[in-house]
Write a protein that binds this ligand. Structure first.
Ligand SMILES: Nc1ncnc2c1ncn2[C@@H]1O[C@H](COP(=O)(O)OP(=O)(O)O)[C@@H](O)[C@H]1O
Ligand SMILES: N[C@@H](CCOP(=O)(O)O)C(=O)O
Length: 327
């Protein structure tokens, strides 16, 4: 923890908290597995929330950054303001009064991208608020608030972005509870993510999913999930990659992602170990165990999968730090 040494009442220096981008679902493990990402070139891929002493009687939010123009202009419609109010209510229920602050959201992740954009704002805001006030909420309560805030925006509570974004790494977060567990991730693997520059709102991408699945599909997914976890723990990276098959969301969602099928074929032909939809899309991810291959996949994606000049591709390692203070 990097909390400032100033006491909460006396704090005058701004506090900035960064929360990384994440892939929810790694093809296998729909709603139950998520991976935090850090671009190898040092790009800060995630949102930053800065907190300062309040200058008014209510919370005050400014939004800056490359994707600020895509957010609703009304601060009340921003999930960061909702997080402030949720935090204040929860603290008040525990007899801890909190004075409103001035905040700035540096919106660095595209909205509706499949990179856990709303989770990144939620985690940076709530982690920042808790640090600012001297950590009045325990980690379970804080995690619960983050889940609630993310659920409000994406249409369902799913922890597969919140957990990796907060704690880093690959996290297993069984739906329906608050538990989450760290899983190993192969050190040699590089994850290439490409956001094509278009938007796909999570709520809509969830609405195309089937309500129920055939028994054979459920059995196959459970087996593949178990095989994936076994392969990670035993270092069988080939088996792990082969287990990354999306039987739940991809069959319904791939038609929402222009060029996804062609991209997968091209990337597998260029040495990708596996290719999938990041979160609810339209970001695509591919895994490679060789730097040259990863760089070639990223170059191909920039050329062929990006649909607007705002799109990007990054070669990433796993982010093991999760949410953290930055200068
Ligand atoms: N700080 C924020 N970050 C991201 N989205 C926000 C934020 N505040 C409000 N929103 C709204 O929440 C919705 C998030 O859409 P969603 O598809 O869930 O994003 P993502 O999948 O990238 O997390 C959008 O309608 C967006 O306008
Ligand atoms: N498991 C969720 C993940 C959504 O991630 P996002 O980055 O698109 O918000 C899903 O697949 O719906």
């Amino acid at each position: 923890m990097n909390a400032s040494a100033e006491s909460p009442e006396m704090r005058t220096t701004p506090l900035k908290v960064f929360a990384p981008a994440s892939i929810g679902n790694v093809s296998v493990g729909f709603d139950a597995l998520g991976l935090a990402l850090a671009p190898l070139d040092g790009t800060l891929l995630g949102d930053v929330v800065e907190l300062r002493p309040g200058t008014g009687s209510d919370w005050n939010l400014d939004v800056t950054g490359p994707f600020s123009d895509k957010l609703p202009p009304d601060p009340e419609a921003n999930i960061v303001t909702a997080c402030c109010r949720l935090f204040a209510e929860t603290a008040a229920e525990r007899g801890i009064p909190v004075a409103p602050l001035d905040l700035t959201l540096d919106k660095r992740l595209p909205i509706g991208s499949g990179l856990g954009s709303s989770a990144s704002s939620v985690v940076a805001a709530l982690e920042g608020l808790n640090r600012w006030y001297g950590n009045p909420l325990g980690s379970r309560d804080l995690f619960r608030l983050m889940a609630e805030a993310e659920g409000r925006i994406s249409g369902a509570v799913h922890l597969d972005n919140i957990a990796p974004c907060l704690y880093g790494g690959l996290r297993l977060c069984p739906p329906g509870g608050q538990a989450e567990y760290a899983l190993p991730w192969p050190a040699r693997w590089q994850t290439v993510v490409c956001w094509p520059g278009t938007e796909l709102v999570t709520r809509e991408a969830r609405s195309v999913l089937p309500e129920s699945l055939p028994r054979a599909t459920a059995v196959q997914h459970a087996a593949q999930f178990a095989q994936f976890v076994h392969a990670l723990y035993t270092g069988k990276t080939g088996l792990a990659a082969a287990s990354m098959v999306d039987l739940i969301a991809e069959p319904s969602r791939r038609r929402l992602l222009a060029g996804f099928d062609d991209a997968r074929e091209a990337l597998l032909g260029r040495g990708a170990l596996t290719v999938g939809i990041s979160g609810s899309g339209p970001t695509l991810f591919a895994i490679a165990d060789d730097s040259d291959v990863a760089a070639e996949l990223a170059a191909w994606l920039r050329r062929e999968y990006c649909a607007t000049d705002r799109g990007f591709a990054h070669v990433c390692r796993v982010d093991l730090g999760g949410a953290r203070s930055i200068d």
